[in-house]
Write a protein that binds this ligand. Structure first.
Ligand code: ATP
Ligand code: MG
Length: 436
């Protein structure tokens, strides 16, 4: 038997509706906050992700799916959305409009990781990107849009952790101090961190192996090495968050796994143990040099990505249902060949009018058809036999009140509509209404 590749999963009926709904909510929030969709390829030239400046990131070094295509070109399945977006932004000269570009994307990402709960080899991100003049308020536009989304889905056991990495000057100074500090404490570092010490010492602070060690906890903080400009930018971010009433904790050791960040970085954690090390469900920051590095003008960017898989796990853990159970307006059961043929016409007519409905294509067994009706969970079960057709009638069973009525066939749709709109439970609100 063929099986799915390690670290991937199938999204089956029952689950797929949740994905569609989450995507729909994201899109709605983006529309509200004026972010427009961009769709870029799932694979890009190898160099889009593997750049000189990225040689210390685990994701780029150890986790990418790289391959040579049949034309001998070196390609990479995208491990994240930002680099592709920036590539498209530059290649399509979106900067020429001279306005701030606020973009969103959604789709699968690929990383060769050790699979576990909330960590997969194909996973899904929804991301926001904003390119334009460096404004602290734009950082907060991105963060506050993430909060809008979490409010929209009702997930509130969250914590925003935020820090600044400062500009290059501040970071260079800090890097020097860190190298000194970690060189003195090199015996306490894991093998990967020893390697990071020379390439990018800041990334040691992001190490999942050493994260609880005293050496990391006592490491110097960037806040002591920021120049005035970097301090001012971060203060504006914090003040703006305060004005919007968005709570956060300052985490002076927060750095991000990717190397391109500068100034603001943040993570949003889901406050529960169920996801273990995978409890960061949204993360992002500012990258002031990426557009330039990919061949564009000197335009800064800021962005974030949500881990959709982890958000759905968090929703499940909180028992938050974002989709209703599947429900049809009606399900049709037929008795006799003529009824089956006429029934199919009725179903097509009803669907044209926007009723969610289906019929049984099982044989003649009433038992099997009723079972199928049950499985399909409908407000009404309609029963049509050859006798009913002769009398221009149909039997309508109301599955909520458990009563049955005989209705004239030509009055059926009006009858159903009036019942749906006056539903005893919801007055029609919980049932998606017919489109006409
Ligand atoms: P982590 O520290 O958990 O490895 P990361 O820093 O590598 O995360 P980012 O590159 O910032 O993650 O990606 C943004 C978000 O995408 C993460 O916060 C997480 O929610 C999600 N994510 C990242 N890698 C995976 C994965 N392998 N499987 C599922 N979700 C992921
Ligand atoms: Mg990672």
């Amino acid at each position: 038997m063929l099986t799915k590749p390690k670290g991937t999963y199938d999204i089956l009926p029952g689950e797929s509706q949740k994905w569609a709904k989450l995507e729909q909510v994201f899109r709605r929030v983006c529309e509200i906050a004026n972010y427009e969709e961009i769709r870029t390829p799932i694979f890009e030239q190898y160099e889009t992700f593997h750049r000189d400046q990225t040689d210390s990131s685990d994701m780029v070094n150890k986790e990418t799916y790289d391959f040579i295509d049949r034309g001998e070109r070196k390609m990479t399945l995208r491990p994240e959305g930002t680099a592709g977006c920036v590539r498209a932004y530059v290649e399509n000269k979106l900067y020429a409009s001279n306005k701030i570009s606020k973009l969103f994307y959604f789709g699968p990402m690929f990383r060769y990781e050790r699979p576990q709960k909330g960590r997969y080899r194909q996973f899904y991100q929804f991301g926001l990107e904003a390119y334009g003049p460096k404004s602290a308020l734009l950082d907060v536009d991105i963060i506050s849009t993430a909060i809008l989304l979490f409010k929209a889905i009702g997930l509130n056991k969250l914590r925003v952790r935020i820090n600044t990495l400062g500009d290059k000057e501040s970071r260079d100074k800090y890097r020097e101090v860190l190298v000194n500090y970690f060189t003195k404490n090199i015996d306490y570092l894991c093998a990967d961190c020893k390697d990071r010490l020379n390439k990018n010492p800041l990334r040691i602070l992001d190490c999942k192996v050493d994260k609880d060690s005293e050496v990391l906890k006592k490491a110097p903080c960037i806040s002591d090495y920021l120049n005035e400009e970097s301090k001012a930018h971060f203060k504006e971010v914090i003040d703006s968050l305060d004005r919007l009433g968005i709570s956060y904790v300052l985490d002076p050791h927060l750095v991000r796994g990717l190397d391109y960040y500068s100034d603001t970085v943040f993570e949003i954690e889901y406050l529960s143990d169920v996801l273990g090390n995978q409890n960061v469900i949204c993360a992002g920051g500012r990258y002031n040099n990426l557009v330039k590095e990919l061949g564009g003008p000197d335009i800064p960017g800021v962005g974030l990505a949500f881990g959709m898989d982890r958000i759905l796990l968090a929703l499940e853990n909180e028992n938050i249902k974002i989709v209703k159970d599947k429900e049809l307006h009606f399900f049709l059961i037929t008795l006799g060949n003529l009824a089956k043929e006429e029934g199919q016409k009725l179903i097509y007519d009803a669907r044209l009018r926007g009723f969610k409905c289906d019929m049984s294509y099982q044989g003649q067994s009433l038992k099997a058809q009723f079972k199928e009706a049950d499985y399909n969970n409908s407000l009404f079960t309609l029963i049509l036999g050859d006798d009913e057709i002769a009398n221009n009638n149909i039997n309508v069973k109301n599955n909520q009140t458990k009563t049955q009525e005989t209705v004239k066939l030509n009055e059926l749709f009006d009858y159903l509509l009036s019942k749906i709109n006056n539903c005893a439970n919801c007055g029609g609100k919980c049932h998606e209404k017919s489109t006409n």
